[in-house]
Design a protein around this ligand. Sequence first.
Ligand SMILES: [Zn+2]
Length: 90
Amino acid sequence: MSASLFRLIHCGDVVAMSDLFVDGELPATRRLEVQSHLETCGLCASVVVQKSALKRRLRGCVLSMEVPVWLHQNLRRLISCEREDERWQN
Ligand SMILES: [Zn+2]
């Protein structure tokens, strides 16, 4: 019997939970279980590293995207047209 505080989890469990782990959405106990597994398993650690790098890159892309001025203006026009329609219907 292992004296570990944590339930032994397998690579499949860690890979299945890796998205939640990377997003920080795992409950604290689960998070610790995954962390302790990652300390001993290079394979799962590399999966988590790759996923977090990918997510960071995606986040960077989304944040650096700017809405073009023409799209912004068209959207404003559409919204104000809808408001006009609502006014006429009432
Ligand atoms: Zn593993």
